[in-house]
Ligand binder design. Structure first.
Ligand code: GLC
Length: 557
């Protein structure tokens, strides 16, 4: 972060720049980061042990995937208790130690809060099952009688995101066939009824619980969810969410009332900032149909940031990238926010593999493009999120055997094509063979997903020792981002460039150019680049490569 303000401003809570506006946050998928107990599952003590590594990389903060008590039907996105730590991951004392250690290092800590749904094992859902139709306990969820003779048909025709109907019928306490409840994901994840005032009040308590423990903010799961159309009517295209694996059913997502929730959460953050001057951050997983709808979530009194997923979704093509980048800049201008770029996360195929298609991975094309994309992202105006392993250039593990797959998408749809286990394989830290230093404790269990032999090439100890590694590219990019006033927040201006090349200038003469083609092109500016994602002879921008220069004078468009 280079937009720091004076210490006096920070003390007074007058940090108008907002540390988050161009922050780079590292997503820690806790169960796959580092295992300190040896049970084969990463944990909070492992995250604490890894903090110096992340500090050295140069990120501003970490986002921790859910570590709350959970039966893990969707790896913690099925929360049974929002205010505790699952024993698999540690305990509250360990959590406090992690936050304290991060604070000492100047690394911010964001938690993942899941307000659209909970776990079927949440005490309020169990209470609702026991309490019976019409009870106050059922009114915290969406329970309804079925349609058709004997109520045997679901209350409406919606399908769940991960396949199958969005409703499950229960058996009442007396053994009779009962009501149905709504779940937009798996049946183990009942949706909360946000029209019941108890739910916003409960989440107010949850936020304060963690803010009181010192966190710097929250990543909000399914932030366009929460409210549904009040009448829960049938949809014209009931399978659209499952088909697109995106939240697009207009009756189930993006209801206007959700914006009041974000206004309230923002005010809670401001309240804490007013107390101690530390600005808290709300970043939403917002998946909505248009840029205009997206922008609504980051109005000045709502979320600070919302992930801009269109860059992640763009094919490796100069025109496609230019289009989504331009749209993002236009969409965000005037909202008070900055664009929040992301290329990888725990739900998506990793860039090295995604950009390698259809060419065989072994060609190295995917890796070269992933490196180029990383340097492009770090040069764009705004904030960026890095997903663990991205800094090692990990490919997707595409050949996991069916019997180890845990993603509910696989089990509910039978689809190997879009499973999410392949990007969640535990990180390789050291050594020549699995567990590659991932498991450090006494129990000596295998990592919860098998690591392929080729992970030996990606271990962090090797990456740190090799200046040509992905790790050094990310580290160098992050260092320059901190040092150069042209990078981070601001605007960009496109430059004329060869076909298949994107070039833009940031601030006072920092030029970034990306060659999307495979053949070399003349460099768009003269001089020696500050940083390149791959080798470039003098005056040349190699294929599948990004370079940064400080230009002499301001280049012409
Ligand atoms: C979000 C999470 C994903 C999870 C889903 C349901 O999309 O990123 O991992 O399965 O929400 O909570």
């Amino acid at each position: 972060m280079h937009n720091c303000c004076s210490s006096q401003e920070q003390v007074n809570g007058l940090n108008r720049h907002g540390w988050w506006r161009d922050a780079v946050i590292y997503q820690v998928y806790v169960r796959s980061f580092l295992d300190s107990t040896g049970d084969g599952i990463g944990d909070l003590a492992g995250v604490r042990a890894g903090l110096p590594y992340l500090k050295k990389l140069g990120v501003d903060g970490i986002w921790l995937s859910p570590f709350y008590p959970s039966p893990q039907h969707d790896h913690g996105y099925d929360v049974a208790d929002y205010c505790d730590v699952d024993p698999v991951f540690g305990d509250l004392d360990e959590f406090d130690q992690l936050v304290a250690a991060a604070r000492r290092l100047g690394v911010k800590v964001l938690l993942d809060v899941v307000p659209n749904h909970c776990s079927a094992e949440h005490p309020w859902f169990r209470e609702a099952l026991a309490a019976g139709p019409g009870s106050a306990a059922r009114a915290r969820f969406h329970f309804a009688d079925g349609r058709g003779p004997d109520g045997a048909e679901p209350p409406n025709n919606w399908h769940a995101m991960f396949g199958g109907p969005a409703w499950t019928r229960i058996t009442e306490a007396d053994g009779s066939p009962g009501q149905w409840y709504l779940h937009m994901f798996t049946p183990e994840q009942p949706d909360w009824n946000w029209r019941n005032p108890e739910i916003p009040a409960e989440f107010d308590r949850v936020l304060r619980f963690w803010l009181d423990r010192g966190v710097d903010g929250f990543r909000i799961d399914v932030a366009a969810g929460l409210y549904k159309h009040p009448e829960l009517p049938d949809s014209d295209d009931p399978e659209i969410d499952a088909r697109t694996r995106d939240s697009v059913n207009p009756l189930a997502w993006n209801q206007p009332e959700v914006h009041d929730v974000w206004r309230h959460w923002r005010s809670v953050c401001e309240e804490y900032t007013a107390r101690d001057g530390r600005e808290r951050l709300l970043v939403g997983e917002v998946s909505v149909p248009s840029a205009r709808e997206h922008a609504k979530y980051v109005r000045p009194d709502e979320l600070h940031q919302a992930f801009f997923f269109d860059l992640l979704g763009a094919p490796w093509d100069a025109d496609a990238f230019r289009k989504v980048i331009s749209e993002a800049m236009e969409d965000i201008a005037g909202t008070g926010s900055t664009v929040t770029w992301v290329l990888n996360n725990h739900d998506q195929v990793r860039t090295v593999t995604r950009y390698g298609e259809p060419a065989p991975e072994a060609s190295g094309l995917g890796a070269a493009r992933a490196r180029a994309a990383a340097l492009l992202m770090l040069a764009l105006p705004g904030a960026a999120y890095i997903y663990q392993g991205e800094e090692l250039g990990l490919p997707e593990v595409v050949d996991l055997p069916d019997d180890v797959l845990t993603d509910p998408i696989f089990h509910r749809t039978g689809s190997r094509a879009r499973i999410r286990d392949g990007c969640r394989v535990p990180l390789p830290w050291s050594g020549q063979a699995s567990p590659f230093g991932f498991t450090t404790g006494a129990q000596n269990a295998k990592p919860w997903l098998p690591q392929p032999e080729y992970f030996a090439e990606y271990v962090t100890e090797r990456a740190l020792a090799d200046t040509r590694s992905f790790w050094h590219l990310y580290r160098d990019g992050l260092q320059l981002r901190s040092a150069l006033p042209q990078l981070g927040e601001g605007t960009l201006r496109w430059l004329d460039a060869e076909p298949g090349v994107l070039a833009f200038v940031r601030g006072d003469g920092l030029v970034c150019a990306v060659n999307f083609g495979t053949a070399p092109t003349p460099a768009p500016v003269s001089g020696i680049p500050l940083l390149t994602s791959g080798p470039c002879p003098p005056g040349v921008l190699a294929g599948s490569t990004t370079a940064w220069w400080i230009a002499d004078g301001t280049p012409e468009t």
